[in-house]
Design a protein around this ligand. Sequence first.
Ligand SMILES: Cc1cc2nc3c(=O)[nH]c(=O)nc-3n(C[C@H](O)[C@H](O)[C@H](O)COP(=O)(O)OP(=O)(O)OC[C@H]3O[C@@H](n4cnc5c(N)ncnc54)[C@H](O)[C@@H]3O)c2cc1C
Length: 382
Amino acid sequence: MKIAVVGLGGTGSAALRFVAHSGHNAIGYEQFHIGHAHGSSHGESRIIRYTYPDVLFTQMMSDAYKLWFELEKEAEEELLVQCGGLYFGDSNDPQILATERSLIEANLPFERLNAEQVKEKHPAFHLYSNETAIYQKDSGFLRATRCVEANIRLAKKHGAIIHENTKVQEIYTKNNKVFIQSSLGEEEYDRVIVTAGPWMSTLFKSLNLPLVPTRQQIVYLNINDHEEYFQANGTFPVWIDTTDNLYGFPNDGHIAGIKLAFHHCGQVITDVDAERTPVDENYLEEIRSYARKRFPNLGSDVTFSQTCIYTNTPNADFIIDRVNNQPNVFLVSGCSGHGFKFTILLGKIIAMMATDDNGYERNLDRFKLSSFHKILNKFSDD
Ligand SMILES: Cc1cc2nc3c(=O)[nH]c(=O)nc-3n(C[C@H](O)[C@H](O)[C@H](O)COP(=O)(O)OP(=O)(O)OC[C@H]3O[C@@H](n4cnc5c(N)ncnc54)[C@H](O)[C@@H]3O)c2cc1C
């Protein structure tokens, strides 16, 4: 079959690789250059973890980890750094308790640490006596831009054709064939996969997709002393603070200092094509103030900062579906700020769906568009 993939971020680049690998005629469209910084999949690091309060995500991560290892092997480069992860908050936080239950149900190893034990193993962290941490050794981070580039490189090796700097203007169906209208003209396909991140709604206006793009900010702060406390050799794990809703990384070996950010949704973006503005001064101040209490050895100098987009669904579930009145068009979106670790699996699943392979064993009904409409109707009824 002749199959197009529209949007080559984390998900699209993976989908393209899987489609090409399965022997189909794969053609990818990307409106910018591969690895650009206007969407959601750029940068040095994205957390990868099993630690989710929702057991389906934990189980899906078992599938995703395998695919990341395979990608690393095939690409012959380091894409995943397994430095361990700390998931911490108040000892009675329902999220911590649910995450613990998910790990037990999925039969994954973890340790529960109190504030003193965290200090002993990971001296850069300061936890309070009411707090507890789940340490999971398989957590770490993915080198995001490199993952996208590796997928694209391998997709090409398997025969895929890439149209970079080519914006798709319209996708429509006539007589069971799908057509893509872009600056290259009109092209006919058997199947089209669309993984356009925050641009999904502009391509499918009539679908009323339950997606809200928000502006997110990340900051790197310098290390004042004890550089060795912040290294990705197990001393400084990736971390998520469930109370203050922040997360962060060890030194990634490329940018000085360490990266940290708030996870809560930022300002809603009404024009996804508008130029991105630099990180806000008050955001920098909030990050510095948090760092002072949590990481006493960090400094307050910003070594790097950047903005990025979350594409949010109402409950942070992904959309994985085919379009109702266009059965040869397949969608993945709504990665809701936690989707990079899943992109390789989402790419695989959508490539399987588009090539009539029903072999993925987990029940993905809750990711169908109709499930979101039920949730939204419920909200409007309440
Ligand atoms: C600050 C930040 C931190 C994050 N941290 C984590 C983390 O720690 N762990 C984690 O798992 N996830 C994290 N995420 C989420 C994760 O990065 C995203 O969920 C994921 O990258 C989404 O990938 P995507 O392929 O769906 O979308 P995108 O990366 O946005 O890709 C969509 C692509 O489609 C292209 N496109 C759109 N429209 C068109 C068109 N008409 N024609 C051609 N091309 C088009 C775009 O240019 C873009 O390249 C984070 C996100 C942000 C912003």
